[in-house]
Design a protein around this ligand. Structure first.
Ligand code: ATR
Length: 275
């Protein structure tokens, strides 16, 4: 039996176990997916231990994505983002990847048929999620505007993206002129936590329009105020569970070399979210 898992702290409410185990069931794989919650200073030791024990693959979540990235060999995108969420133990050394990047891109492409190459995208947020989304969109050929409450953080992310992604066009701003930033934009992604706890949105409804595809990385609730406002404005919307699904699907595919059974994974995810 192959053992996969997630390390983070806390991980008690994670939906990754049911999502991945639904994939093993759908394909008849003899595998389990379990959660591990090491102390804050023990994540790197935990990764070495998992490698020694023959664990087949690990996902990494908050607060360990950066510490683990610094301790393993990372691919170019993960090292540019500075965070990993997926570890592969199949080679001589442990390698780290960032499938959050692919999660956002696949969610936009497959759920809203978004054409990212040559598009203009506004990413609101410059934390861990914002970094993954901004790198993913720039790598897919979009011109990216990072907007963040703390402008310096947006500026530093924009500088990192333009350094790492060949030919990237990326700018930075605060949240005060989202109407201007979105007027000619094709894609909007909320990568802040706004909308998670309360019925709030980081983007004024007046800035939304029917030419946008709007992805909200928040998945609890599934229908955020931003997505409601976007629907009312005539925009196409993609909820955060799609991004979660496709980061999991990308990890599954890296580990197993099989196409992910995304329908089964999606059913398990949405079932977990509705409980
Ligand atoms: P994550 O890894 O989930 O992205 P994070 O690194 O803590 O978490 O980043 C949270 C993001 O949400 C940041 O972009 C943060 O803005 P700041 O960089 O200015 O802190 C943004 N954010 C959180 N609360 C916010 C609020 N009330 N209004 C606007 N942005 C907010």
């Amino acid at each position: 039996m192959d053992v996969y898992g997630l390390i983070g702290n806390p991980v008690g409410h994670s939906l990754s176990p049911p999502m991945h185990e639904a994939a093993y069931d759908a394909l008849g794989l003899d595998a389990r997916y379990v959660t591990f919650e090491p102390d804050e200073d023990a994540a790197v030791d935990a990764v070495a231990g998992a490698d020694a024990l023959g664990v087949a693959g690990l996902n990494v979540t908050v607060p360990f994505k950066r510490d683990v990235a610094a301790a393993v060999e990372t691919d170019d995108l993960a090292s540019a983002v500075g965070a990993v969420n997926t570890l592969d133990f199949s080679g001589e050394t442990v390698t780290g990847h960032n499938t959050d990047v692919e999660g956002a891109v696949r969610a936009l492409r497959e759920q809203a048929d978004a054409k990212l190459e040559g598009s203009t995208a506004v990413v609101v947020g410059a934390g861990g999620a914002g970094r993954a989304v901004a790198f993913g969109l720039a790598d897919a050929g979009a011109s990216v505007r990072v907007a963040n409450r703390t402008v310096e953080r947006a500026e530093s992310l924009a500088a990192d993206v333009s350094r790492a992604v060949d030919g990237a066009t990326v700018g930075a701003r605060g949240l005060d002129d989202l109407v201007g930033a979105l007027a000619d934009a094709d894609v909007l992604v909320n990568a802040t936590s706004v909308g998670m706890e309360e019925d709030e949105t980081p983007v004024p409804a007046a800035a939304l329009h029917g030419g946008l595809v709007v992805l909200d990385a928040v998945y609890a609730p599934l229908e955020t105020r931003l997505l409601r406002d976007a629907t009312a404005a005539g925009a196409r919307t993609v909820d955060g569970a799609w991004m979660l699904l496709y980061q999991g699907a990308a990890a599954f595919e890296r580990w197993t070399d099989e196409p992910a059974p995304v329908d089964a994974m999606n059913d398990a995810l949405r079932n977990g979210l509705s409980q």
